[in-house]
Ligand binder design. Structure first.
Ligand code: NAD
Length: 455
């Protein structure tokens, strides 16, 4: 059941008061909340598995490893790192300033709103929440209404595990989200809605983190092992049925090697999905009929040639599909695909592939399969993206120490471990000037005169 809109201002007010009273301030309390969060995910993994199966048909293995497992591990790791992250840092200063003890404290941003998307409906909410708890914030949690079973489960479980004085779930759609937009935001979703959120943030001068998506390209150097590249790319495309912010969106490969690469993709497809992806339990389904219709529109509208897959069930399933000879002006290259369609765009050379990427919006991830250090360097120097990943896809998000986030159209701000903590806290500068130093400051006081100017 959606949260009544009339209750939302009260929720905001109550959390604001808890923050002012210092409820989330003690480190021991934060540690307890983080461990409670881990406990909630662990004790209800079966319920989460059932809910996510209803929402998106996500295979259990993907749910455990990408949503619950990572959420549990990162909650515990953050609980252990809390004291380190929150330790005040005395900065270096010239000798005459040293007695002031210039110190940077970590302060919580306040009461925040975490707005999550449906594709990673648990982890997409839990990861920023870990940062908010670690930083000492109160938070409104807004799961996506498009994954309603997970949203309802979170609304039921969170109050049993987390202190409701500091953390509250608001379940709902656009009107409910609009009603919470009066606090610092952490938004995960598409970049159209992000513009609405950013305008609202400007009205309140409130800080904002935007975790968006976009078209993450893959550049394939034909000298790389094409069979391995094909297997790794197709595996990553199949995760969450392509409904993944860092899914490989399209492949750029020199024209003369396109067919060899297509053969490698066909081999990989037969290996990963021996009975075809439509019959497989190892892949999610499309989240809604609206997205199914959108994806079928792309499949029917492309001028490229379908080389594997292409089937659909008329309702909610689309086969993992590879399309070759896709031209730069094809509908498949208009916006983020966010589904199981993999276009191949043949290019003249690797240089042309890099130019192709540079001419478009900065992606969340840029993938390249190459062992050539010069190409790697060229990619790092000439392109921009949230992550630059060589010789695999998707795995960058598995590294706890790497910040996750976009640049330009793919968003701004970072999350994951310490980066999430940084997102929800700010550096508070402080000095404490001893009384005893007063004789040294005579020259700074008015009235100014010629004598003081010479000092
Ligand atoms: P969505 O439709 O679930 O929307 C996200 C949130 O925005 C929801 O909570 C929804 O209630 C709210 N919302 C929707 N329209 C709104 C409006 N007009 N005003 C206020 N709030 C509104 O999710 P989506 O946007 O379809 O998510 C998919 C996108 O998210 C993709 O682009 C994907 O790449 C991106 N994504 C990014 C990350 C990341 O970490 N960078 C992670 C997951 C998804």
């Amino acid at each position: 059941m959606f949260t009544p809109i009339s209750e939302i201002p009260e929720i905001r007010k109550a959390l604001g008061e808890s923050f002012r009273k210092g409820v989330p301030r003690p480190l021991e309390w934060r540690k307890h909340q983080l461990l409670q969060l881990a406990r909630m995910l662990q004790e209800h993994c079966e319920a989460f598995a059932k809910a996510i199966e209803k929402d998106i048909g996500k295979p259990k293995l993907e749910m455990y490893s990408h949503e619950l497992g990572t959420g549990i591990a990162r909650s515990i790791a953050s609980a252990q790192a809390l004291e380190d992250w929150n330790r005040p840092v005395v900065v270096d200063a010239p000798d005459w300033q040293k007695p002031w003890e210039p110190t940077v404290y970590r302060a919580a941003k306040g009461t925040v709103v975490i707005i999550a998307a449906w594709n990673y409906p648990i982890f997409g909410l839990v990861q920023p929440l870990i940062g908010a708890i670690a930083a000492g914030c109160c938070a409104i949690l807004k799961p996506s209404e498009i994954s309603p079973h997970i949203a309802e489960l979170l609304a039921e479980l969170c109050p049993k595990y987390l202190d409701p004085r500091a953390y509250r779930v608001v379940h709902g759609g656009i009107p409910e989200t609009t009603a919470v937009l009066k606090l610092p935001f952490f938004y995960t979703g598409n970049n159209k809605v992000a513009r609405i959120i950013a305008r609202e943030a400007a009205n309140h001068l409130t800080p904002l983190t935007l975790e968006l998506g976009g078209k993450s390209p893959v550049i394939v150097d034909p000298k790389y092992d094409l069979k391995l590249a094909a297997k790794r790319i197709l595996w990553a495309k199949a995760l969450n049925c392509g409904q993944n912010c860092i899914a490989p969106d399209y492949v750029l490969i020199p024209r003369t090697n396109q067919d060899e690469f297509v053969d490698a993709l066909k081999t990989a497809y037969a290996e990963l999905f021996p009975d075809g992806s439509m019959q497989s339990d190892s892949i999610s389904r499309i989240v809604s009929t609206q997205h199914y219709t959108r994806l079928m529109g792309l499949l029917n509208g492309t001028q490229g040639q379908v080389v594997t897959g292409g089937r659909s069930d008329g309702q909610i399933k689309i086969e993992l599909t590879v399309i070759k000879d896709v031209r730069p002006d094809d509908c498949l290259l208009d916006s983020e695909i966010f589904g199981p369609l993999l276009p191949i765009v043949p290019v003249g050379s690797i240089d042309e592939a890099i130019e192709f990427v540079c001419a478009r919006a900065h992606p969340l991830a840029l993938y390249a399969f190459t062992e050539n250090p010069k190409i790697k360097q060229q990619i790092l120097e000439e392109t921009a993206s949230g992550a630059a990943v060589f010789n695999d896809c998707f795995m960058q998000q598995a590294v706890d120490g790497l910040p996750f986030g976009g640049v330009g159209d793919s968003g701004y701000g970072r999350q994951c471990g310490k980066a999430s903590f940084d997102t929800f806290s700010y550096e508070r500068a402080s000095i404490d000037v001893p009384k005893e130093m007063e004789p040294f400051y005579a020259a700074r006081y008015q009235p100014y005169d010629e004598h003081k100017l010479k000092l």
